[in-house]
Design a protein around this ligand. Structure first.
Ligand SMILES: N[C@@H](CCC(=O)N[C@@H](CS)C(=O)NCC(=O)O)C(=O)O
Length: 210
């Protein structure tokens, strides 16, 4: 398998961590989405991923080469093809809850603070930092209230799972914007557990700076 990714991309980190959690080997190829490089807009990459975003997973499917975009679709595919260790809870309510939390990040926070949006906010005279902080903080506060009644180390229990793959990279982005977790004790605890988990350590964005 080959993953087109960018180290600082939270959506890419979700997939890197899912692959690591399942013990799957992957070849990594960087697509530099920084404002200076914009490699995601190249013709070669946009054929693989028409949204011109990372990540894209390329894999062999019984002799057919598949190219799959969208981190949620990629992680769900990995979960179905390589069921153990499971990332989604088995019980339907817990499973739906994990997807709810993941979706709060995937459609409610990350798209609003994607680099392309921040550039548009700046281009229109806005303060992109203030914008990013407001959308991330609002979304994480909502996730805090969904998870607050739980006492577990991770989002859905005491093992790393699907929701954590979305929540922790988003928390990492929040930390880069100096967002305080004082009022979000549940997320602060989950962040600590994720930061110490081998699947996140082995795939951390800082590795891209080495
Ligand atoms: N829903 C998509 C979002 C992908 C996405 O927004 N990726 C960002 C990095 S986290 C990106 O490629 N941004 C560059 C751009 O939009 O031009 C997914 O989960 O894969």
């Amino acid at each position: 398998m080959k993953l087109y990714h960018f180290w600082l991309s939270s959506c890419s980190w979700r997939v890197r961590a899912a692959l690591a959690a399942k013990g799957l080997e992957v070849e990594l190829e960087v697509v530099d989405i920084s404002a200076q490089a914009m490699q995601q807009d190249s013709l070669a990459y946009s054929v693989r991923n028409p949204m011109r975003q990372v990540p894209t997973l390329v894999f062999d499917d019984g002799g057919v080469v598949r190219e799959l975009g969208q981190s949620t679709a990629i992680i769900e595919y990995l979960e179905e093809r390589y069921p153990e260790p499971a990332l989604l809870p088995k019980e339907p309510w817990q499973r739906a809850r994990a997807r709810q939390v993941a979706e709060m990040v995937n459609s409610g926070i990350q798209p609003l603070q994607n680099i392309r949006i921040l550039e548009r906010v700046s281009a229109q005279g806005g303060d992109s930092g203030e914008w990013a902080i407001s959308v991330i903080d609002r979304g994480l506060q909502a996730i805090e209230s969904v998870l607050a009644s739980r006492a577990a180390a991770f989002c859905m229990g005491d093992v790393l799972g699907f929701a954590d793959l979305f929540v922790y990279p988003q928390i990492y982005n929040a930390q880069r914007f100096n967002i305080s977790f004082e009022g979000m004790p549940t997320l602060a605890r989950i962040a600590e557990s994720c930061a110490a988990h081998p699947a996140f350590i082995a795939t951390h964005p800082d590795l891209g700076a080495e």
